[in-house]
Design a protein. Structure first.
Length: 325
């Protein structure tokens, strides 16, 4: 019998990539739970229908795909959880600035929402619970970032993700729930039109023939991971036994400066866009990249997309979708 994956935040950027990957390459029933606060149900519906499935707008356990418009803090999700095998928890308040403006709202979603899902998962014997964290719990560190660094968050977002990581670990320790925490580095890829991340912002402005903004001298570095590579490792993690209670840093291990990124983009877009250098933003981390040795060794993580290849695919998607998203 087909196993069922519940994806919270499945109408968002990484969620859409995960749904796309599972529909193309795997054979699971999918339930997406999303309150559509930033997600896009139109893109999700199109993806599902392009794969020959019906976009059921309410939970139907016998159907291959269901979309449930609900909040992760909702306590009445038992009917869904009792039919679910694996959970990939992506739904979140994802912004650093909004978390500073309203730390309580951030905590309600990222801490209480996650706790609610963990609690339901124990009640319904969920086989694996994958939690999407970020580098934010670690704060300012000397790179490469690995799982042994002592967390020191700089924002309420980093603090709420750290608290949720703690609950994942605690639910493994106290109830035996197989929780896996993935700390994503900077993610880019298709379906990222609504994101304010650097690559999405650059592409939106370049396509509209506007100058791009670089804050600081452009020598700050990041580790850019293509969303499809994350989708692959997420599925691999819920298919693998006895990996619960662990944190994995996920990126490519490659350090790229914003100026290098711009030079790659120049080769792809075939247009001499203007660059405006602006004062450095307060709190911006100078160097940032991950060590992915643990994920490689234990999960066989092996990102397939180098930055140039991923940037090209992402640009083509932006060109096709810029007015449709
Ligand atoms: N994109 C990145 O570079 C990045 C990096 C590190 C970690 N992450 C984490 O990965 C996850 C997915 O991020 P994303 O970039 O796809 O973000 P996104 O904003 O595109 O997707 C988040 C989804 O969650 C939904 N959502 C938000 N609050 C909800 C709630 N209370 N109940 C139900 N649904 C809710 C939104 O509607 C949206 O569809 C997040 O947990 C984020 O913190 C992302």
């Amino acid at each position: 019998m087909k196993k069922t994956v519940l994806i919270t935040g499945g109408a968002g950027f990484i969620g859409l990539n995960l749904v796309d990957y599972i529909l193309k390459k795997k054979n699971y029933k999918i339930i997406v739970l999303d309150n559509l606060s930033s997600g896009n149900s139109g893109l999700l519906k199109k993806k599902v229908e392009d794969n020959g499935l019906i976009f059921n707008k309410k939970f139907s356990p016998d159907k291959d795909f269901s979309f449930v418009k609900a909040d992760i803090r909702d306590k009445n999700l038992d009917n869904i959880f009792e039919k679910t095998d694996y959970i990939v928890h992506l739904a979140a308040q994802t912004g650093v600035i909004p978390s500073i403006e309203d730390p309580f709202k951030d905590a309600e979603t990222n801490i209480m929402g996650t706790l609610n899902l963990l609690n339901l998962s124990v009640k319904h014997n969920i086989k694996k619970f994958i939690f999407s964290s970020s580098a934010a719990p670690l704060g300012e560190q000397i790179p490469p970032l690995d799982e042994r660094k002592i967390p020191s968050p700089l924002s309420p977002y980093g603090a709420s993700k750290l608290a949720a990581e703690g609950y994942c670990k605690a639910f493994y320790g106290s109830f035996g729930l197989e929780t896996v925490v993935f700390r994503f580095s900077n993610v880019y890829g298709i379906f990222s039109y609504h994101k304010g991340s650097v690559i999405a912002e650059f592409y939106k402005r370049i396509i509209r023939r506007k100058p791009i903004y670089v804050y600081g001298d452009g020598n700050q570095t990041r580790d850019f991971i293509f969303a499809e590579d994350l989708a692959e490792i997420i599925v691999r993690a819920f298919e693998k036994d006895n990996i619960g209670g662990e944190i994995y840093q996920l990126g490519t291990g490659v350090e790229t400066s914003v100026n290098q990124l711009i030079s790659y983009i120049k080769e792809i877009v075939n247009y001499n866009f203007e660059i405006e250098y602006k004062p450095e933003r307060k709190g911006e981390i100078r160097r940032n990249f991950a060590s992915i040795e643990k994920a490689k060794k234990i999960l066989g993580f092996n990102p397939k997309y180098d930055l140039k290849k991923g940037l090209k695919l992402t640009y083509n998607w932006f060109l096709e979708n810029i007015d449709k998203s």
